[in-house]
Design a protein around this ligand. Structure first.
Ligand code: 9WN
Length: 464
């Protein structure tokens, strides 16, 4: 039994209530999250006494024995970056629960340090595909990783709990993960780490990957047959999910990896898909800064210095190879062709979170972010620049607003002293959740909740 304090599930009234949105107009909102539950979870932000803090009910509702599912209607297992976001929120309410989430995640680590993007719950085999049998990694996990948010979560836990014993037990595993990423994924040895599958950044069907997806589909994967029937479109409108063509490419890549016997080094060497994504690399740069800070806390300045130098190398490589002065955003880079991928997405705004841009670049990034004709929607920051041909405000990573992205952006804005903008983006995120509940994503201009319901990381609004 986890140490849950002050748990009171949302039993709010079903009445509509009024609130003032970011444009100061009064709107009627549907109380998917009751006003009382939202306020009680949010009290941590408004500085009320510890006694009134209540864990956001979505984190209780989605709780399994050892971890929290992203959504009980769609995602039944544990995902890497979701777990980190859950732990980041939980550390503000119940630090033992946060530690448990990360301990469970780290149990999935392979002996070489690799941490998979999904650790399967063996009790739920048929409800989500690909399942462990489809992956055939020989373990109860997937065989690709995800945006490296582990160190950020451990840092947040440490900052709330101040527990050095916990750090001593946990940091060696996190370091091993970083060493794996550095040695297997830094394929040019210049600080940029490669994603080798569109599932790895967590922004699966982003238009960043369109041209590569089309090329790979034409050349290799047009005849790929999925060994499962897609169930991801059962709970969510298929027009808001990746296409069948996307899935053929996703699966074609998995089959190529299976042929290596899940040899991670060989996978990175041979994958036809190898991209330096600005979100993944920003998280990587920050992860090394976070881990360096944590090693300093346990009096290991030597390891801390190494990690700091890794972070600096990544920042430099991002500025040299991914920044576009013309577009005022960071672009992804195709590491096989050596070309930038000129598609403007919120992934390209995230280097702000990691302190990558200089002041001049930061100013330009913020101007792009807050431009209504580019990223700033009436309700949320768009996932993709409105002027991109691939922009679709209802489809998954092709335009909707995501709360975890708002969390990254608010942290980045504060880091550079853009306090007014940080307050505006915070308000947008809070208004979205208050209006529509903890949804997976939201239409940036109408505010409509989209994708899976009861989506746990959207509780990040409470710590903004
Ligand atoms: C595939 C769990 C995950 C998130 C990803 C999101 C989605 C999976 C899917 O759900 O990906 O990994 O089935 O679409 O894209 O960011 O971690 O919430």
């Amino acid at each position: 039994m986890l140490g849950v304090s002050q748990v009171s599930p949302n039993k709010g009234s079903q009445k509509n209530y009024l609130s003032v949105n970011s444009l100061n107009t009064v709107v009627v909102q549907r109380p998917y999250v009751s006003a009382q539950a939202f306020q009680q979870a949010d009290s941590v932000h408004f500085g009320s006494t510890a006694n009134t803090k209540q864990i956001p009910d979505v984190l209780i509702k989605n709780r399994k024995e050892d971890f929290i599912t992203p959504s009980p209607h769609q995602y039944y297992h544990q995902w890497l970056w979701d777990a980190a976001f859950h732990a980041i929120v939980l550390s503000h309410y119940d630090v033992d629960m946060a530690k448990k989430e990360m301990n469970t995640l780290l149990k999935a680590q392979w002996p070489n340090g690799f941490v998979p993007h999904i650790q399967m719950d063996p009790k739920v085999v048929k409800e989500y595909h690909p399942n462990a049998q489809d992956w055939a990694t020989g373990r109860n996990t997937s065989g690709v990783t995800q945006t490296p948010m582990i160190a950020a979560a451990i840092r947040e836990i440490y900052q709330q709990a101040g527990d050095k014993e916990y750090l001593k037990q946990t940091l060696p595993k996190v370091l091993k993960y970083h060493q794996w990423l550095k040695s297997d994924r830094e394929i040019q040895q210049d600080g940029l780490v490669a994603i080798i599958h569109p599932w790895e950044p967590g922004s699966d069907n982003s238009p960043i990957f369109d041209s590569l997806r089309n090329k790979l589909w034409e050349q290799h994967y047009r005849d790929v047959k999925l060994p499962f029937t897609r169930v991801d479109t059962k709970h969510v409108d298929p027009s808001q999910r990746p296409s069948d063509k996307d899935y053929q490419v996703y699966w074609g890549l998995v089959e190529a990896f299976q042929k290596t016997g899940w040899d991670q080094a060989k996978m990175a060497e041979t994958s036809p898909f190898a991209v330096a994504d600005p979100m993944f690399n920003a998280a990587w740069a920050q992860a090394n800064q976070d881990l360096a800070y944590l090693y300093e806390q346990i009096d290991d300045p030597k390891t801390a210095d190494t990690l700091k130098s890794w972070a600096e190398q990544t920042k430099k490589a991002m500025n040299d190879q991914m920044w576009s002065e013309e577009a005022s955003v960071y672009y992804a880079k195709d590491l096989r062709s050596g070309e930038k991928i000129p598609v403007k997405t919120s992934n390209g705004l995230l280097p702000l979170y990691a302190g990558v841009p200089n002041q001049h670049q930061a100013k330009k990034l913020v101007a792009t972010m807050m431009d209504p004709d580019a990223f700033k929607g009436h309700y949320g920051i768009r996932g993709v620049d409105k002027s991109e041909p691939g922009y679709d405000p209802k489809n998954y990573w092709r335009g909707p607003s995501w709360i975890n992205i708002h969390w990254f952006l608010v942290n980045g804005l504060k880091r550079y002293g853009f306090d007014k903008e940080a307050a505006e983006v915070t308000k947008k995120a809070k208004d979205l959740v208050a209006k529509e509940g903890y949804r997976e994503y939201y239409h940036p201009d109408t505010g409509t909740g989209l994708g899976a319901k009861d989506f746990a990381w959207s509780s990040l609004v409470h710590i903004l």
